[in-house]
Every structure is written in C-alpha cells, then in structure tokens.
Design a binder for this molecule. Structure first.
Ligand code: TV7
Ligand code: CA
Ligand code: ZN
Length: 333
C-alpha cells in the first residue's frame, strides 16, 4: 500500500466525467484536460474503482456558478463559442477587454467551454456535498482545482473557480475550512475570494520571483507579506519558493506550517488542491518534487481525520507524470 497512508480505511468517493477526454483548449495549448482521463484509466487499471463510491452527478447549474461569478461574466461564458467569438465583434471585445478570454490565449474561447466549466464545477460541488452529508470521508475530483479564476475574469487557464464554489458549499455545514494549495503557482483566486474571511484559512506553496529580469513567475502574487485583510488578517498564508525545491526542503516547510495552521485554526474540513506542476520534470513548474513527496502532502492532511476534498486541477503539464501522481494519490486516499 502507498507509503503515506495509515491502515485505517476511509470512505472515499470519486468523480469522473468521461466528457473531459474530448476537451481541447487549442492545438498547442499546455493545458491538456485529457490528462484526467489518463489518471482515470490508471485508477481503473490498478483496481481502485471498486473501492470507491462513484459520484454520479449533474453539471453545475448556471445559478450555482452565479453564487460566486459576476452576472456579466456568466452571461459571457454561457454565450461564448469559437463561432460567436469569431463572428461577433462586440462579444469578442467584451471577452478580451473585460473578462480575460481570447487575446493572449492563456484562456481561449474553445469548443464546449461552458459544458467543460459546468462539468468540473459540478464535480467539486457534488464532492463537497458528499462531505457535508457525511456519506464520505474523502471526496476526489481530479478535474477540479481551477484556483486562479476570479469572480469576473478568466486567468491562468481557469474560467470558473470550482474551489470557491465548493468551499462555500462546505461553509454551509462547517464553521471553518482550511484550503491548502500545492500547485506550483500561487492560489490567488481562492485567496482573494476569502481574503477578508476568518472562516477560511488559505495556504499556498508556490514558486515565486523573477524568471527573467523583466518577468515574474505567474501570477506574481503570493509574497509572505500577503496575510489577508480585515477580519481575515492572518488567515491567508503564503510560502513563496525558489525553483528547484525538492521533497526534503518542501517537507521541512510543509509539515510544520500546515501542522501549526491546523492546530491554531482548528478547521472542520480540508480542501487540498493537488496541482501536479510542482513535480520534477513539469513543463512549467520548475520545482523538483517526486510523486511520493507530492503524495506525502495528501497523506499528511488525510492523517488529521477531517472531511477532505481533493481537487487536481490545476497544474500539471507533463501529462504522464500528472496521471501517475493523481493515481498514486487516489491510492493514498
Ligand atoms: C492552474 N505560463 C495555471 C498556470 C497558468 C500559467 C503561462 C503559459 C503558456 C501558455 C500557452 C502555451 C505556455 C509554455 C505558461 C504572461 C503570459 C505568457 C500565452 C502564450 N505555452 C495553474 C499562466 C502563464 C498557451 N501565463 O496554476 C497556449 O507556456 O505567464 C503567463 C502570461 C501571457 C500569455 N502568454 C504566456 O497551473 C491551472 N502561460 C502554449 C499555447
Ligand atoms: Ca500553490
Ligand atoms: Zn500551476
């Protein structure tokens, strides 16, 4: 059995929508949603599907997405297709100038964008509900975890922030939720959404600083002095790292910092964003974690025996590594 799981079993539920295999941002885009299908086949090959409850759910509704995202932005996401983007100049201008879509092409207007967003957001909401119901101890949605999206803007490959939607669902039943983000990029969208809240503590570990004399590693936020605001002061925690950080250094930080946060904040539920671009060999991340070191974060949080939501998400641009990591982490759960 995987190295970082204790031998007491947890009830795990798992969300997977086969539709994800057909989603393409663009021909040469680094974000490849099909990696979730690869992770899923591995999970099946290793015989884990029989050990988990499969979450069969519906896509998130427009109303559910409107609970966080702004009216104009949701209208746009719903109406945007490659055709409307190409043919409707006013719509295209609105998308590019106000909502981060099109233009420089981190976030293109691709085919079935709205269906894709409703799908992964529906998965994270169903996963949160399974924890609220008490039906499961751990709920997994490897297609979720889109931590950059803001209320009115797509950024960094993220259009709908399923994590914010899921945390809000958890807050209906739990007094305090801790969010931990091990993607190589700063979890800015989630931090900003709960910046002034003392019911959500956000922690992000990420690469930070210059990558060329004129360019910061994306998104450029997540310095140690970002600590939250108002009632949420000291409820945002940032751990900026240099490129090349390995398992040993990562865990001399991760375990004491997350352990202390758990001790002082006393959360009732945990959300872990397992972005796999912090793995060694990733096309974008520049960090050096092993699959085992990455999965140790999952094992560490699992050890607190609180309702645990695992989202993948997010990063992971060397797709065979991503599939290995999320398969292994399913085993840890
Ligand atoms: C969670 N880095 C998301 C991380 C988002 C990172 C960026 C790319 C990139 C985009 C591509 C592409 C790429 C090789 C890498 C300033 C820019 C530079 C767009 C070409 N190849 C997560 C976002 C980051 C798109 N963006 O946390 C299509 O790299 O640095 C930037 C911004 C302007 C836009 N250009 C890149 O892991 C999901 N983008 C190839 C094709
Ligand atoms: Ca992070
Ligand atoms: Zn990332």
């Amino acid at each position: 059995s995987p190295s970082c799981a204790d031998d007491k079993k947890r009830r795990v539920c798992y969300y997977y929508d086969p539709g994800i295999a057909h989603i393409k941002f663009s021909d040469d885009h680094v974000m490849v949603p099909a990696r979730v299908a690869m992770a899923h086949s591995l999970v099946g090959v290793y015989g884990m599907l029989g050990d988990m409850r499969r979450l069969c759910t519906r896509p998130a509704t427009e109303a559910e997405i409107r609970r966080f995202h702004s009216p104009e932005y949701v209208d746009l996401l719903r109406d945007l297709t490659p055709e409307s983007y190409a043919n409707d100049a006013a719509l295209r201008q609105k998308a590019e100038d106000h909502h981060g879509i099109g233009g420089e092409d981190d976030c293109p207007a691709f085919d079935r964008l709205w269906k894709y967003c409703r799908g992964y957001a529906g998965g994270s909401l169903a996963a949160a509900r399974a924890l609220v119901d008490g039906a499961s101890d751990i709920a997994i949605n490897w297609s979720g975890g889109m931590h950059h999206a803001s209320a009115c803007k797509a950024t960094g490959f993220c259009y709908v922030n399923d994590i914010v939607l899921a945390i809000n669902e958890l807050l209906g039943a739990f007094s305090r939720v801790i969010y931990v983000d091990i993607d190589a990029h700063h979890g800015d969208g989630v931090q900003d959404a709960f910046l002034d809240s003392n019911r959500v503590m956000t922690l992000s570990f990420h690469r930070y600083g210059k990558i060329t004399p004129h360019k910061n590693f994306f998104p450029g936020s997540g310095a140690v002095n970002e600590i939250g605001a108002g009632a949420g002061e000291h409820y945002s925690v940032n751990v900026p790292l240099d490129a090349g950080v390995r398992d040993d250094v990562y865990h001399t930080l991760f375990k004491p910092i997350v352990g202390k946060a758990m001790e002082v904040f006393q959360p009732e539920a945990i959300v872990l964003q397992c972005g796999a671009d912090s793995l060694s060999g990733d096309r974008l991340g520049g960090m050096e974690l092993s699959v085992r070191g990455h999965a140790e974060c999952v094992g560490f949080l699992r050890g607190f025996n609180l309702p645990l939501l695992l989202v993948g998400g997010g990063g992971g641009y060397t797709i065979n590594h991503v599939a290995s990591a999320w398969c292994y982490e399913t085993a840890v759960a």
